[in-house]
Every structure is written in structure tokens, then in C-alpha cells.
Design a protein around this ligand. Structure first.
Ligand code: HEM
Length: 306
């Protein structure tokens, strides 16, 4: 049986606690705004208006640290998020949620709940029950790939110096109704840059917001948005399984972040299945449940006491 939206949010709250006004996941973060400049190269794959040639589309978004801890240290090897909402001419929307890892930790909503359940602190010790955690990890090694990837990467010097992936597969559909399976990847225009362990230790636990403020004083923060094209053998439904990096990619445009907008995006929730004509979700089972789970988390943070 599929877990309910409340069960998905409770599973996150069970590990991280429930914090007033905060997202159940990616709790720490700040809002941004900018624009998307289409290269026109995506037009042959998708009829989506913001991918057509000579198109500039306004965007809002958010940078975040993964997990539900609103005080997660920026100077540790954490997962990060880059979320974007393209406000397409004519009133359509494209919400694009990405993380700084090419894979997710769960294949299905039930696995998401189980993964978190074995990490929930035992009230007696304040720690997860080791036997349960070890048994789950041994039986489900694919759920550890994301943590291994994150641990293998240095602490980024900036939100602007790491790549991000949407992880799940989507379909692009063109005007001839031809569908192409793709995965999104955003590549930083500033070079990839990580910190040594000594440099990271010397940064504050909240350095990333200030770092972005000073960076934006010198001009926009840019990413190139690529659609990675699936080959026949690629897995289209399992977000824990990465495609080879040799896949052909189409550069659909430039993400240009121009400003920080404090908490301006906190009264909304970004939903990965909110897509314009010309884009469709795949059958990845982690996609459809997110709309209701994200709305549940939004409801909690809007209704939490002042
Ligand atoms: C069963 C699967 C998943 C569940 C239940 C889940 C749950 C959640 C919840 C409850 C939130 C907070 C929403 C809010 O308050 O607005 C959230 C945020 C987020 N999730 Fe997921 N998630 C799932 C899968 C994923 C995947 C595969 C990605 C990969 C891109 C992802 C990336 C994010 C990001 C980037 C945010 C922050 C959005 C923002 O900045 O507002 N999630 N998730």
C-alpha cells in the first residue's frame, strides 16, 4: 500500500522534528528570482513555450539544504537543493526541483518511509536502533548511494559552484507529439569549486546565504540547463539508478539568478508534476505522491503558530 501524504510528512518529522513555519524537508534555505533564457535547442524536443527560441521567462526559486533541520550547518557535506519555477507567458508553470546528487535515496514512497523510519531516534537513547538500521541498509544498498555520493564531494564554496539534478525522468513532447525521455541537469557557469576540510571548518554554519549575496553584487549567478537524453537501456522509473554520464545532452538554456528574495517563496510550494504543455511526468512512483505531500507540508508551515 502507498503511504498517505501525512505519513510521508510524518516520516520526515519523525527524524528531524516538526519545526514551526519550516518545510518538512529542505527546511533551511532562501528564495531567489531571475530569468530563464532559452537557447531554442529544446524546441525540437518540446512544445513548451519557455523552451522556444528567443524566449526569456521570469523565474522564482529557492536554494536549500536537504533534510528537515532548519539549522543544518552549511559548512558540512550536506545535500543541497536548487528549486525553480518558470512563470511561462500565458499562465502556465514549470516547477523544477533539483538536488546536488544525481540519485535519490528511495525508489518508491514506501521505501522513502522505511528509509526514514529506521533513522528515527529511539526515545530511550536519542539514536536510531542500530540493528534495525544495519539490517535495512544491508538489505537495500541502493538507498545508500546518495549519502555515499554526498560524502564523496567537498563542501561547496557556494550554491553557485555545484551541479544539480532533478533525478527523476520526465518526458518532453514536441508539436508532432513525439515524446523523448529525459533527465534534467544544471551545470554551474562559475566553475565547480569545493572547499578543503580546513576551509570548510573556518566558514560559519550559515555562510551560504551571505556568500550568494556578495556574489550577486558582482552579477547574476548562472547555470546551464541540460536535458539528458535516455537511451533504450536506461531506467525511466527508478530515481536511485543513475544514467551513464556519456548520454547525449541538449543545452536548453541559461538559468540566470539575479536576486535573493528573503522568504518570499515561503507561502508557496514547488511541485515537480506542475508542468506546462510539452512536458509530462514519467511513471517514476516517487513523482505523483509529491504533490499531496508537499501541500501537506505547506499546510503545516502556514498554519503553525506565530
Ligand atoms: C517520495 C518522495 C519524496 C517525498 C515524500 C518528498 C517530500 C518533501 C517535502 C514534504 C518537502 C517540503 C515541501 C514544502 O514544504 O514545500 C520537500 C521539499 C523538497 N524536495 Fe522532496 N520529497 C520526495 C522526493 C524528492 C526528490 C526525488 C527530489 C529530487 C529533486 C526532491 C527534492 C526536494 C527539494 C529540492 C525540496 C525543496 C523545495 C523548496 O525549495 O521549496 N524531493 N520534499
Amino acid at each position: 500500500d502507498e503511504p498517505s501524504p501525512a505519513a510521508l510528512v510524518d516520516a520526515l518529522n519523525g527524524v528531524f522534528g516538526r519545526h514551526a513555519h519550516m518545510r518538512a524537508s529542505h527546511a533551511k534555505g532562501f528564495c531567489i528570482s531571475g530569468e530563464f533564457i532559452s537557447s531554442g535547442a529544446g524546441a525540437k524536443l518540446s512544445s513548451a513555450k519557455h523552451l522556444q527560441a528567443n524566449t526569456i521567462t521570469p523565474m522564482i526559486g529557492r536554494f536549500s539544504i536537504g533534510g528537515g533541520n532548519p539549522n543544518a550547518p552549511d559548512n558540512a557535506r550536506n545535500l543541497r537543493g536548487l528549486t525553480l519555477r518558470f512563470d511561462i507567458a500565458g499562465g502556465e508553470r514549470h516547477d523544477l526541483l533539483m538536488i546536488s546528487s544525481p540519485m535519490f535515496f528511495a525508489r518508491t514512497p514506501s521505501e522513502f518511509v522505511e528509509f526514514l523510519a529506521v533513522r528515527k531516534p529511539d526515545p530511550a537513547t536519542g539514536k536510531p536502533i542500530k540493528e534495525k538500521l544495519d539490517a535495512f541498509n544491508a538489505a537495500n544498498p541502493h538507498t545508500l548511494l546518495q549519502a555515499k555520493y554526498v560524502a564523496s564531494q567537498p563542501v561547496p564554496a557556494s550554491y553557485a559552484t555545484i551541479p544539480y539534478w532533478a533525478v527523476s525522468t520526465f518526458y518532453l513532447e514536441n508539436s508532432a507529439h513525439k515524446k523523448t525521455a529525459i533527465r534534467w541537469r544544471a551545470e554551474p557557469v562559475a566553475n565547480q569549486q569545493g572547499l578543503s576540510d580546513e576551509e570548510a571548518a573556518a566558514r560559519s554554519k550559515a555562510f551560504l546565504a551571505d556568500e550568494l549575496t556578495s556574489r550577486l553584487e558582482n552579477g547574476p549567478v548562472e547555470f546551464q540547463l541540460y536535458a539528458m537524453l535516455a537511451q533504450k537501456e536506461d531506467n525511466l522509473i527508478d530515481p536511485t539508478e543513475v544514467w551513464p554520464t556519456t548520454r547525449k545532452e541538449v543545452l536548453v538554456g541559461n538559468i540566470r539568478i539575479k536576486a535573493q528574495t528573503a522568504q518570499a517563496c515561503d507561502t508557496t510550494t514547488f511541485i515537480p508534476t506542475v508542468l506546462p504543455a510539452g512536458m509530462l511526468p514519467s511513471a517514476d512512483p516517487t513523482l505523483p505522491v509529491r504533490a499531496a505531500a508537499y501541500a501537506t507540508s505547506l499546510g503545516h508551515r502556514l498554519s503553525s503558530p506565530k
